[in-house]
Write a protein of this length. Structure first.
Length: 465
């Protein structure tokens, strides 16, 4: 493409200046090459769609076998599937080819945009390719999570165990290909940023029609096992796993508070939308799976996969809240944000966190279906997220950290005793503050000093108003 652009520029410039006849024929050939170049993109997209349809056939057969095997623990009346290892290799091969073709088509488009000096904007058909690939990855990730739950629950039928192990092993590959598809590894590149946020938007805005398209309709019975339900409808759980993984890539597990303030940050609007999608749409949709299948049958203890998933949601959402409402740095030479900008952003973050606990939590009514009350599991995750932020910021030695913790606790205490605070919000805030104080006593921290500093924050806020 680079050579083609150079040759095209030479031909057009010299032909207009010197009117060389030899270059005129070359210019005609370049026009024909443009048509071939355009058709190449069409063929790449067509190849991806054909591979996606071929993958759908394999996933339908895999789903039928998984549902049948999980429903019949004794191994009777189950749908056999030949060579689980072979099926796994086919799925991996198709995922690799689909991801590679989409990335090739994307590089092809970027070169075309640069050669014509057009703005790099993804077209609808390209967005549709990313959306279709993400949907398949979500389905496979849901199958993998359900298979892991079956194995962790003590499934020991020899003839079916290889199938569940094969399916559980596909989970790592789905997050790998999602990272390649959305180019999450390099947000410094502007081209990568466009693809990343378009992909995140496609991941969040999967409609109910998209979520249930391609999923076979399986008759459900009242006494059906929770694992069978997950295999029958794997998309909600797979979507939650994928969105949590995106947050994990964007916000590493153990960053310092200082890193949030100085490094290149993801776009605030996209991260806010992703967090609210997890809290108000995906957590309620997965509640039955986390409760029914997340509890071990032999012991009344949560299974590891359920506790790990919920812990990751809390940790990475808490990390993400530190970058919300932070504006872009005014200049490339200025590495640190000013105190005024940080204070303003922190206040907005605190108001958002508290508003999540209110009766009308999310501003996006599509996420909560116009429901004025949070799901109990959503409410618990929000409480733990705010609790974690107060504790982690208070024990940190980074700049703005302690002030962040005390300001959030002060705002909570003000709303707790405000006469216009709703009853449910007041109950949630009191639960939060009790947990914070109990955490201090557990580790031997003087909560009287904390209460004193919080009261100073309250006084400063009143004087400021």
């Amino acid at each position: 493409e680079f050579e083609k652009c150079n040759l095209e520029n030479v031909a057009s410039n010299f032909e207009s200046i010197f009117e060389w006849k030899a270059l005129k024929s070359l210019s005609l050939e370049m026009d024909e090459l443009k048509l071939v170049w355009k058709m190449t993109g069409v063929h790449l997209r067509s190849a991806v769609m054909r591979l996606l349809k071929f993958l759908d056939d394999g996933l339908t057969n895999l789903q039928a076998a998984l549902v049948s095997c999980s429903a019949s623990r004794d191994g009777c009346n189950s749908v056999p599937i030949s060579s689980p290892d072979g099926q796994s290799k086919i799925i991996i091969f198709l995922l690799a080819r689909i991801t590679s073709l989409i990335c090739t088509e994307r590089r092809f488009r970027v070169c075309t945009m640069r050669s014509s000096n057009n703005e790099d904007v993804l077209e609808e058909d390209e967005k549709q390719l990313i959306k279709e690939a993400i949907l398949r990855l979500i389905q496979i990730r849901g199958f993998s999570a359900a298979a892991g739950a079956v194995l962790e629950g003590g499934y020991d039928h020899e003839s079916h165990t290889p199938l569940f192990k094969m399916t559980a092993g596909l989970g790592f590959l789905t997050v790998k290909y999602l990272g390649k598809l959305l180019e999450l590894s390099d947000l410094e590149n502007s081209d990568h940023c466009i693809v990343t946020y378009v992909g995140i938007d496609c991941l969040i805005n999967l409609s109910s029609h998209d979520l249930h398209r391609g999923i076979s309709t399986i008759k459900r019975q009242e006494n059906e096992r929770a694992e069978s339900l997950m295999f029958a409808d794997p998309v909600p759980l797979g979507k939650l796993f994928m969105e949590t993984h995106v947050l994990k890539i964007l916000f590493p597990p153990s960053p310092s508070y200082h890193d949030f303030m100085t490094t290149k940050r993801p776009r605030s609007a996209a991260i806010l939308k992703l967090c609210e999608s997890i809290l108000f749409a995906d957590i309620p949709a997965c509640h039955q799976y986390l409760i029914k299948s997340g509890i071990s049958t032999s012991k009344c203890n949560p299974q590891n996969w359920a506790t790990t998933l919920l812990s990751d949601c809390i940790m990475f959402i808490e990390h993400a809240t530190h970058v919300l409402y932070i504006p872009k740095q005014p200049s490339s030479g200025q590495r640190y944000l000013t105190t005024e900008l940080m204070k303003k952003s922190t206040k907005l973050q605190h108001k958002l966190l508290i508003s999540w606990l209110a009766e009308t939590s999310s501003k996006n009514t599509d996420l909560v279906n116009n429901c004025s009350r949070n799901h109990p599991l959503t409410n618990e995750i929000i409480l733990e997220t705010i609790h974690r932020r107060i504790i982690s910021s208070l024990v940190s030695n980074a700049q703005f950290a302690k002030q962040d913790s005390l300001s959030l606790a002060a705002l909570s205490s003000q709303l707790l005793f405000h006469c216009h605070t709703a009853t449910r919000l007041r109950r949630n805030i009191s639960t939060l503050l009790i947990r914070v104080l109990l955490r201090f006593r557990k580790f031997g921290v003087d909560d009287r000093q904390f209460n004193y500093e919080v009261s100073l924050q309250d006084q400063n806020s009143l004087v400021h108003r």
